[in-house]
Design a protein around this ligand. Structure first.
Ligand SMILES: Cc1cc2nc3c(=O)[nH]c(=O)nc-3n(C[C@H](O)[C@H](O)[C@H](O)COP(=O)(O)O)c2cc1C
Length: 303
């Protein structure tokens, strides 16, 4: 019998536990459709703000031998344009869609949530953790148990959709923040957003590769940190975790499930390994399940 890769996602069936991470191809409906056609089970959109954001001037992405740094500056067309793309995607596929929202205050987040058409969205992810925008953004929210509690509670009080808190690795107290999000009613966590920011210098040009100088680190370099936080936090909270950070291969994805993730996010790997990375990871899941005499991906239990 073919191993079963499908999983429940808040009452919907997803064909695979693989989740497209926010910011990577989740902007146009054609990009979202393409990842689903290539085996991704659940889509996360780019993070939306209320108004359109142009983002930072390029270059905004640079590669090093452990992954990427990026400083996109949350470029996005604004939530209203974003909802149109999602509606077009939803007409053409059944995969669950998580809309990612980015604000700074609870009021900004609730304004965004009010703009979400809950009939076509399956969950809301709160990006509490972007390291790439000016100081009062991102880091203070992600590092404050109070702010995380306030924002998650405010959002929970106005929506019936499942709410996912996406946390940052850039603070010493991530487990405490995770507990605070759960206490505020979060239905799931995404761990982790990018690390840093970090910096890459072009030694020939003798200047930073990224125009904005610094960027969040993603890819293979952050994987052991993601695995550790997923392992630690999955033992503390009862809500499911979308484990994200440095998954490039099927082996990495199985490692995340063994660490305690319920779903596995894939971002930078799409740039590295192409869009068929989802199909390749699914094929590895199937062979791993066969080798271990397991019927379903849900039989891969956390260690
Ligand atoms: C180019 C790029 C853009 C990103 N944009 C977003 C974003 O808009 N919102 C967000 O929550 N995370 C964003 N991220 C972070 C990813 O969703 C993910 O958490 C992180 O890159 C770690 O996973 P990875 O190593 O598989 O890429 C972005 C990452 C990259 C590389």
């Amino acid at each position: 019998m073919e191993p079963n890769l499908s999983v429940d996602f808040f009452g919907k069936i997803a064909a695979s536990p693989l989740v497209l991470a926010s910011g990577v191809m989740g902007i146009s409906y054609s990009g979202m459709l393409k990842v689903v056609e290539n085996g991704c089970g659940i889509i996360t959109t780019k993070s939306y703000t209320v108004q359109r954001r142009k983002g930072h001037e390029g270059p905004v992405v640079a590669e090093f031998n452990g992954g990427f740094i990026n400083s996109m500056g949350l470029s996005n067309p604004g939530i209203y344009e974003g909802m149109k793309e999602i509606a077009d995607c939803k007409k053409r596929c059944d995969a669950p869609i998580i809309i990612s929202l980015f604000g700074v205050t609870a009021a900004e987040f609730t304004e965004l949530v009010r703009a979400v058409d809950s009939s076509i969205i399956d969950a809301i992810e709160l990006n509490l953790s972007c390291p790439n925008v000016a100081d009062e953004y991102g880091i203070p929210i992600a590092a404050s148990t109070e702010k995380v509690f306030e924002i998650v509670s405010a959002v929970k009080s106005i929506t019936k959709l499942p709410v996912i808190a996406k946390l940052s690795p850039n603070t010493y107290n991530v487990p405490e923040i995770a507990l605070s999000a759960e206490k505020a009613g979060a239905d799931a966590l995404t761990l982790i957003n990018t690390l840093g920011p970090g910096m890459i210098i072009d030694i020939n040009a003798q200047k930073p590769v990224i125009l904005n100088k610094f960027g969040g680190i993603s890819g293979a370099a952050i994987k052991p940190l993601a695995v550790k936080l997923i392992y630690e936090i999955s033992k503390l909270v009862k809500i499911p975790i979308i484990g994200t950070g440095g998954v490039l291969t099927g082996e990495d994805a199985v490692e995340f499930l063994l660490a305690g993730a319920a779903y596995v996010g894939v971002g930078t790997a799409v740039y590295y390994n192409g869009i068929d990375v989802f199909a390749k990871i699914n094929a590895f899941f199937s062979s791993y399940l066969r080798q271990n005499n397991l019927a379903s991906v849900r039989d891969i239990k956390p260690i």
